[in-house]
Ligand binder design. Structure first.
Ligand SMILES: Cc1ncc(C[n+]2csc(CCOP(=O)(O)OP(=O)(O)O)c2C)c(N)n1
Ligand SMILES: [Mg+2]
Length: 332
């Protein structure tokens, strides 16, 4: 398995832009489905945060593992998840990743190294730790990445996982997407530490904090942390500063923040920022537009295909549910 090399800047930029554009267009399509009453359940989109998923996953191998959160579509797509199977899952179709039973918050694709999104804040972190433990035992240079929001930093399991990872020098990178809000609560009144990255020092591991809307910078920081983990150098903590453009969930009235703040962060759009780096080269700029158009078409096709698929049937509701065998052979 090979990892994409950062040898050709143009190729790397185009690849990163494509990943971000695919995430953006997937999220826009899902948001529209929700707004038009076609998507059941709850939906948390990551529009504005695309650079973290794209930058980090760009330096991962297919057999590396990730875990993600309730806001995890971007990480799944960047790691190689199939948009059609993801969209079908969001839409409750039999063809979805979990047979349409889970919806947006539990997408998993072990073949692509996606050990699962998770609706419980912080709960993906120890699962990634298990992935790192397995990778260390296998000795093939595998790495695990735990993506989580800054809300998870107040959970005990975050600290337990950093402790074990440091103690056993496991090949794991803890990636915090600090999007400034934990549901409706600003991070300033949520965390005792000044910065999430400050939590690295007590465990004696490297910690870094940076601009999570600069995909090239995220990729660089991730390459360093992932490379160290692959070579046996142990875990790292990365804090990526970013912002979600939409509410906590689709339909959130967002009374806890003002429009000026949202506008300020929209001006720091990770896609536009990457595109701006090639503004002097019209052929490249045209290439980025074409990439965006292709991503829009790809996600429209995924929606159309998923909507044509059968809705998960009530008759199969107990399929895949563990049932305890009882004496006599019946199932409880
Ligand atoms: C253990 C737990 N407590 C509370 C919740 C309710 N909840 C869902 S999302 C969320 C906020 C998470 O914030 P953050 O980790 O910063 O992620 P973000 O939504 O900003 O991406 C909370 C409190 C939950 N799902 N799990
Ligand atoms: Mg948050």
């Amino acid at each position: 398995m090979t990892v994409q090399q950062d040898t050709d800047t143009t190729t790397t930029s185009r690849r990163l832009y494509r990943t971000m554009a695919r995430i953006r267009q997937f999220e826009v399509a899902a948001s529209k489905l929700m707004a038009t009453g076609r998507l059941p359940g709850t939906l948390h989109v990551s529009i504005g945060q695309e650079a973290v998923a794209a930058g980090v996953c760009d330096v991962l191998r297919r057999d590396d593992h990730i875990t993600t959160t309730h806001r995890g579509h971007g990480h799944c797509l960047a790691k190689g998840g199939e948009p059609k199977a993801m969209m079908a899952e969001l839409l409750g179709r039999e063809t979805g990743y979990c047979g349409g039973r889970s919806g947006s918050m539990h997408i998993a694709d072990p073949a692509a190294g996606i050990l699962g999104a998770n609706a419980i804040v912080g709960a993906g972190i120890p699962i990634a730790l298990g992935g790192a433990f397995a990778a260390a035992r296998q000795g093939r240079g595998g790495v695990a990445v735990a993506f989580f929001g800054e809300g998870a930093v107040a959970q005990g399991v975050f600290h337990e996982s950093l402790n074990l990872a440091a103690l056993w020098k496991l090949p794991i990178v803890f990636v915090c997407e600090n999007n400034q809000y934990v549901e409706l609560t600003p991070v300033s009144v949520h965390l005792a530490a000044k910065h999430v990255a400050d939590h690295a020092a007590p465990y004696g591991i490297p910690g870094a904090r940076g601009d999570g809307n600069d995909v090239t910078a995220v990729r660089r920081a991730a390459a360093e942390a992932v490379g160290r983990a692959r070579e046996g150098g142990g875990p790292s903590l990365l804090e990526c500063l970013t912002y979600r453009w939409h509410g906590h969930f689709e339909g959130d009235p967002q009374r806890y923040r003002d429009a000026a703040e949202v506008a300020e962060w929209k001006a720091a759009d990770p896609l536009k920022r990457l595109a701006a780096t090639v503004s002097g080269d019209p052929s490249q700029a045209a290439g980025f537009t074409a990439i965006e158009d292709a991503a829009r078409r790809e996600m429209a096709d995924a929606v159309a295909a998923a909507e044509a698929d059968p809705v998960a049937s009530a008759g199969s509701i107990t399929a895949h549910v563990y049932r305890r065998p009882v004496p006599g052979g019946a199932l409880a």
